[in-house]
Write a protein that binds this ligand. Structure first.
Ligand SMILES: [Zn+2]
Ligand SMILES: [Zn+2]
Length: 259
């Protein structure tokens, strides 16, 4: 056990990537940015492409996987993904493919990774809980609704990065055409602010040190709407809430061992 920490290179529909580190094990979750942009954002965190051990992928959408194959080839990185995600992405040429079952945990060096399936309009999408054996970081970036299995997977975490994609009224009044509004707001789309808060309310949050709101739509949501949704029902969490931006990412967050 050498402590768990994480940072985000950026979050939103124009690109997602998150770094999870445990000692010398540094894993990139998703990469929706071009190689040079990824390297620029890694450098802000004191990392290079050579710092990475592997890339794990949630699903094949471009904002999560668009930059994965090029980055993996450039640095010879193994890529971990479900068989459906691999096929959904068109079976890209990768230096090393590790297919995992989204119901079974696996390990990358010191990091244990518990995937869990989510309802989203991709081939075999999942999200992850990362652990160093003691502390647990959960991520949930793309899901149309919350299932009991997702609740069980995210209960009692030490840190959580959670999708607050849209405000339903802003989505309805926003610039998206009706089909896209229906997709985003549908059962296989994205979590709105109310759904995210409801999920939080259902979880044991007693150990939660970090709460990050991510995948915030720039067109159908606003930081103020996210903060208000949380403050309204969860004032204690609102004080500690951090919003993950699209442009410059978020610096390192350490998860402290419990006393
Ligand atoms: Zn997606
Ligand atoms: Zn996405």
């Amino acid at each position: 056990m050498s402590g768990l920490r994480f940072a985000t290179l950026g979050s939103g529909s124009r690109g997602n990537a998150t770094v999870v580190a445990c000692g010398r094990t540094v894993v990139l979750m998703d990469c929706g940015f071009a190689v040079n942009e990824t390297l620029r954002r890694l450098a802000v965190l004191g990392l290079t492409g050579e710092s990475l051990c592997a890339i794990v992928v949630t699903h094949e959408h471009g904002d999560h996987m668009g930059g994965v194959a090029r980055l993996a080839r450039r640095f010879g990185l193994p890529v971990w993904l479900t068989a459906g995600t691999y096929r959904g992405a068109g079976a890209p040429r990768l230096p090393e493919v590790n297919l995992f079952n989204p119901h079974e945990p696996f390990a990358i060096q010191d990091l244990s990774i518990h995937p869990y399936p989510v309802p989203h309009d991709a081939r075999e999408p999942c999200q992850f809980v990362f652990s160093d054996g003691a502390m647990r970081l959960g991520v949930l970036s793309d899901a149309g609704h919350v299932t009991p299995h997702m609740q069980r997977s995210l209960d009692g975490l030490d840190a959580l990065m959670l999708e607050f994609n849209h405000d339903p009224d802003l989505l309805a009044r926003g610039p998206y055409p009706p089909e896209l509004q229906a997709r985003v707001g549908g059962r296989l789309g994205h979590l709105n602010n109310g759904q995210a808060v409801q999920l939080l309310e259902s979880l044991d949050r007693g150990a939660l040190q970090h709460l990050i709101a991510g995948h915030i739509s720039e067109k159908n949501n606003s930081p103020a709407h996210v903060r208000e949704a949380v403050a309204h029902r969860l004032p204690a969490e609102a004080a500690a809430l951090v919003l993950a931006p699209q442009e410059q990412g978020l610096g390192w967050h350490d998860i402290r061992p419990r006393l």
